[in-house]
Design a protein around this ligand. Structure first.
Ligand SMILES: [Zn+2]
Length: 440
């Protein structure tokens, strides 16, 4: 039996009731009585969460902590790719030309000659969107675009953005349908990103609302999805599991972990008098390491090229992740193996003292113990932090007003909606258990 994993990231268990209401034809194929909660640990990015799903391992083992990772310096980030995972995706060994994988808008997964049909999610530093190229004989696939906007932050200020997010997703459904008509695939990972986009754009609860500008196109989109799911499921040739790896909570504030580390004496920047120049330097550093051609202010979420690494003991180059500037990992690292232990201890106490007080115990601080850091195949953060309702921002300039604060932020809590005939004992699982439940 073929397996389809349909990602609906951004939706919560509570949204699920409204979501299935809008799928009147296909909902009878799902087990509506007992959706399974998926509870992650501290990572809230699609890359971090899907890495755990795809490899069936926690991030501490697979090495993926987010969209990017530092390689030879805390000043230099590279986009995280499938080949950077310490553990390959669980199904990778089973992919053959007769048992291909369809990968549609998935983070991390990359094209693989002859065994994968691949539509980009727009997060990888590559010039193509569709692979193999022979798929471009389909006019719909020629027009495939993973994103409605290259810059989400500026899109959020435009009233028409909602309709464009929806239109982009509608085209993707058509492209997914074309890929699924091929005879040779076995498993399909197909992620819709419109629910995440709309959560950022209009806030939470938009599936319930009926008076928004996006209501009509959104209902049409879900009708379109419903038709396709009904066609797939009535044929009996594939199972469909609907999976969300994260949901949204109202954003209550932003926190710059590097500024916090600076107050503890852990972090130093190269000075920032000429903002224009420093921004240009950061873009240049970013371009060099990601190879992307559309770096914008929004993609600069860290201090690329701005750290004074000769005076930095620890930094947060990736959202929520704090790395010690270890000589062992980084060419310009300054912490040697002897002092690492004491700095790790000092950093841990500092984070618990400051974040614990500031957020009244709602800060989650996960420590990577020294043993697993030793075993890791590359640089890994010593600490990862998440705080409900707080968006990490490493932009040097804080938001000027409440209007600049995002409406929502991610929470590592989602669900699996099982097929009607599948029963599971547990009520909640971890992201690493998702493929086991699905049987991929
Ligand atoms: Zn998001």
């Amino acid at each position: 039996m073929r397996q389809i994993v349909l990602g609906v990231d951004g939706l919560s268990c509570e949204d699920l009731v409204d979501f299935v209401q809008l799928l009147p034809k296909s909902r009878r194929y799902f087990n509506l009585d007992s959706p399974l909660a998926v509870e992650g640990s501290v990572l809230t990015s699609p890359q971090g969460l899907w890495s755990e799903v795809l490899t069936s391992c926690d991030w501490t083992i697979n090495g993926c902590v987010g969209y990017s990772h530092p390689r030879r310096s805390l000043n230099a980030l590279a986009v995280m790719q499938e080949r950077d995972l310490f553990v390959p995706p669980k199904f990778a060994a089973e992919e053959t030309p007769e048992s291909r994988t369809l990968s549609i808008n998935m983070p991390l997964l990359m094209p693989k000659a002859k065994v994968r049909d691949w539509l980009s999610d727009g997060s990888q530093p590559v010039a193509y969107r569709v692979k193999p190229s022979k798929l471009l004989t389909h006019p719909e696939l020629q027009d495939y675009s993973p994103r409605a906007f290259s810059d989400l932050s500026s899109a959020l200020g435009r009233p028409s953005a909602g309709a464009q997010f929806i239109e982009c997703e509608k085209q993707r459904i058509d492209c997914a349908a074309i890929l699924m008509q091929s005879r040779q695939w076995q498993r399909c990972f197909w992620r819709m990103s419109v629910f995440d986009d709309l959560s950022h754009f209009v806030g939470m609860g938009f599936l319930k609302a009926r008076d928004l500008l996006i209501t009509k196109p959104l209902l049409q989109l879900l009708d379109h999805l419903d038709d396709l799911l009904d066609a797939i499921l009535s044929s009996g040739e594939a199972t469909v599991h609907i999976v969300s790896t994260f949901s949204h909570v109202a954003c209550q504030g932003m926190l710059n972990l590097n500024n916090l580390l600076a107050t503890g004496g852990f972090f130093t920047t190269e000075g920032n008098e000429n903002e224009f120049r420093s921004k240009t330097n950061r873009m240049a550093a970013s371009l060099l390491f990601t190879g992307m051609d559309d770096i914008t202010n929004f993609t600069l979420r860290s201090h690329e090229g701005q750290l004074k690494t000769s005076h930095t003991l620890a930094a947060s180059p990736v959202s929520g992740c704090i790395y010690i500037n270890a000589k062992e990992y980084f060419d310009d690292g300054i912490v040697d193996a002897h002092s690492r232990h004491s700095i790790h201890q000092r950093l841990g106490s500092f984070l618990h003292d400051t974040l614990g007080k500031k957020f009244w115990g709602s800060a989650k601080i996960v420590e990577n113990d020294e043993q697993s850091l030793k075993l890791a195949a590359g640089p890994m953060p010593d600490f990862v932090v998440s705080i409900d309702g707080i968006e990490f921002s490493d932009q040097p300039n804080p938001p000027r007003s409440l209007n600049d604060i995002p409406r929502t932020t991610h929470r590592a809590s989602g669900f699996v909606l099982l097929p009607a005939n599948q029963m599971i004992e547990s009520k909640a699982i971890k992201p690493r258990q998702v493929l086991e439940v699905i049987g991929v």
